[in-house]
Design a protein around this ligand. Structure first.
Ligand code: GLN
Length: 309
């Protein structure tokens, strides 16, 4: 089936599902999102863009930033052995089966977060970035600017609100510091994390920006090796098993692609050797993933036979 036709059909099938979800309400910037917004973008490796709906409206990327932060941390480590030592000694790669901001597992597992796609894991990655980058947030912004071919900025009001409502993340950070798994001052780590969550990107830009994963680590626009193909594979594996929290099994079952969601209703997906995909619909399911977004990806991957399985 033609991709343009498929995304139109998937959007039509998915839009009504949004009414069953709930827009995140812990900060005003998310609470005020229009629940009727819906965008779906598929960007092929050759640069062809297929889009439907609100694909050019920037929204806070929230937890989708965890993929870019992990990518940057891997780049900074500069090789697989260093990645093993510096990243995988401090953060695991098992699905958590718990909400993205859960504290319980951290205590049992001595301050080693289950994976880099949940908040605790992302705080460890932010800590690593502070150690390795002069300006971690600027470098994340540079990375996404390079991958999208456009200037990306962050929303200071969202970052400030995230900071104001960061009690749970602060608790996780303190617990990890008590287990010696945070090196830098917690305020500094939270600042990087809150700012990376506040990057404003559109569905079209997000679809472009994950194409390097679909292309063995090489950004198809510039030809630059962003990550080695081996590390790109690892990032996708973590997205598949952990990127949608305790719904990762359901996503593997119904969508069959490495995905990463954010609490503003975006979900990006990687179709290896094919495309980068992003869907945006703010109402969330109980696990914190866009409800209509999942329906759209399920429908789309069935129509285009994109599941990796
Ligand atoms: N800013 C959110 C938080 O830290 C991000 C979570 C998400 O997008 N799932 O709770």
């Amino acid at each position: 089936m033609d991709i343009t036709q498929a995304i139109r059909a998937a959007a039509e099938a998915a839009r009504p599902a949004a009414t069953g979800g709930k827009v995140a309400d812990y900060i005003p910037q998310l609470r005020e999102l229009d629940p009727h917004r819906f965008g779906l973008a598929v960007v092929e490796l050759d640069g062809t863009e297929h889009v439907e709906g609100d694909v050019d409206i920037p929204f806070a990327i929230q937890s989708m930033s965890k993929v870019f932060a992990l990518t940057l941390a891997m780049q900074q480590c500069g090789g697989e052995r260093a990645v093993r030592r510096e990243i995988w000694e401090r953060v695991g790669r098992e699905p958590s089966g718990d909400p993205f901001n859960s504290l319980v597992q951290l205590e049992h597992e001595c301050g080693i977060p289950r994976n880099p796609m949940i908040n605790a894991g992302a705080l460890v990655i932010a800590d690593l970035l502070i150690e390795n980058c002069d300006e971690p947030v600027a470098e994340i912004l540079n990375l996404v600017a390079e991958l999208t071919g456009e200037t990306i900025s962050l929303d200071p009001a969202t970052a400030a609100a995230e900071e104001q409502f960061s009690d749970r993340n602060r608790a996780m950070g303190s617990l990890m510091a008590a287990f010696d798994n945070l090196v830098n001052p917690l305020d500094q780590v939270l600042d990087v994390y809150n700012k990376q969550c506040s990057l404003m990107m559109s569905a079209r830009q997000l679809a472009r920006s994950v194409r390097f994963l679909a292309n063995d680590g090489i950004d198809p626009a510039s030809g630059r090796q962003v990550l080695s193909s081996s590390l790109a594979k690892r990032v996708m594996a973590v997205m598949l098993t952990c990127g949608t929290y305790d719904a990762a099994g359901e996503f593997a079952f119904s969508v069959g692609l490495p995905c990463k969601s954010g609490v503003a209703g975006g979900i990006m997906a990687v179709a290896p050797d094919h495309s980068g995909i992003c869907v945006w619909s703010p109402p969330l399911d109980a696990a914190g993933n866009s409800l209509a977004g999942r329906v759209a990806l399920h429908d789309l991957t069935d129509r285009l036979d994109l599941s990796i399985f």
